[in-house]
Design a protein around this ligand. Structure first.
Ligand code: ATP
Ligand code: MG
Length: 298
């Protein structure tokens, strides 16, 4: 599964493959997107980005690379100024932006931006209610989503009074309650304590096992290596790499261009001379080391 990674100069004609030309229809696709903020900052230029069924895309890049800007286009939070957005094959316009909101759930980097109601329960119920669920059904889905995150005890709290980590769990619950086809998470582990971080990682694994597609933006390369099937690397508003973790994380020139360090497992594999096995996670490194030990010496 791959898409064009060519980038073009901003303002020149974008020649990327159109989403309709892929062998498999993407669930979400941005085509030749450019975005300029009101103050004139050009945050992404001529980027194309597609998410297919049953995959987790890790969107990596340094601070200011354009990850959040790109992601905020995937469910119509930011309006497409130049280029196009398709969700489940449909071209998204002002008239059907609700389709994007429903199919693509978004967990913000800044959890405060996501709070809409005076209690946690109302907040998590908001999405399902907004899309036609009965109060009873919405309440059931909200409780289920909160329990799934070990956050059931927060149900009657005031969202604005929660800690940053608790707010993030509530935001994730709000998205889970909507049951979207694609879930976009902007730095989902930021600010979580080790136990909650582990729970969110487990929930991500459960979502993957359920066949939900995910887009996870992070500058934590170890996390990206552990979670992603495919990586898309951004720098200065461009996509500069697209491929499996065991390729991208061994491409030093690319990592340098994207201002990122290799994951710990890659650095250790080089130190320990097992890099030919291309491990990118701790588990893969351990497996490569034990295979080497299993080989009888000369
Ligand atoms: N509301 C805004 N107004 C003006 N410029 C903005 C705004 N939001 C982002 N930018 C600029 O757009 C560029 C891309 O920012 P973006 O937030 O998308 O990067 P990012 O990769 O998500 O970074 P981080 O890892 O720090 O979250 C940066 O130059 C940033 O300063
Ligand atoms: Mg960001």
């Amino acid at each position: 599964m791959s898409h064009d990674t060519n980038t073009t100069e901003y303002g020149s004609e974008c020649t990327h493959k159109h989403p309709m030309e892929f062998d498999e229809e993407p669930l979400v696709a941005l085509h030749c997107l450019s975005h300029t903020y009101p103050d004139g900052t050009r945050s992404v230029h001529d980027v194309s980005f597609a998410v297919f069924e049953d995959e987790t895309v890790g969107l990596i890049g340094a601070n200011g690379a354009g990850k959040s800007t790109l992601m905020e286009h995937l469910n119509g939070l930011l309006e497409v100024q130049a280029g196009e957005l398709r969700v489940v094959g449909e071209l998204i316009t002002d008239e059907n932006v609700e389709l994007a909101r429903q199919e693509v759930g978004f967990v913000f980097q800044d959890a405060d931006a996501q709070i809409v109601a005076p209690t946690v329960l109302d907040d998590v119920m908001f999405g399902p209610l907004n899309y036609g669920a009965s109060r009873e059904e919405a309440r059931e889905r909200a409780h289920e989503a909160l329990e799934r995150l070990d956050a059931g005890h927060l149900v009657d709290r005031v969202p604005h009074h929660l800690s940053g980590g608790e707010k993030r769990l509530v935001a994730i619950a709000g998205v889970l309650a909507m049951d979207p086809s694609v879930i976009v998470m902007d730095e989902p582990l930021a600010g979580l304590d080790p136990a909650r971080e582990r729970r969110v990682r487990e929930v991500i694994e459960e979502l993957q096992a359920d066949g939900i597609s995910l887009v996870v933006a992070t500058h934590d390369v170890d996390f990206a290596a552990a979670v992603a099937d495919r990586l898309v690397a951004m720098t200065d508003g461009d996509i500069v790499g697209d491929g499996p973790p065991d390729e991208l994380f061994y491409d030093d020139a690319l990592l340098q261009r994207a201002n990122l360090e290799p994951p710990t497992a890659v650095r250790m594999a080089r130190e320990l001379d097992v890099e030919e096995a291309d491990p990118v996670t701790e588990d893969e490194l351990v497996a490569a080391l034990s295979r080497r030990q299993a080989v009888p010496g000369p």
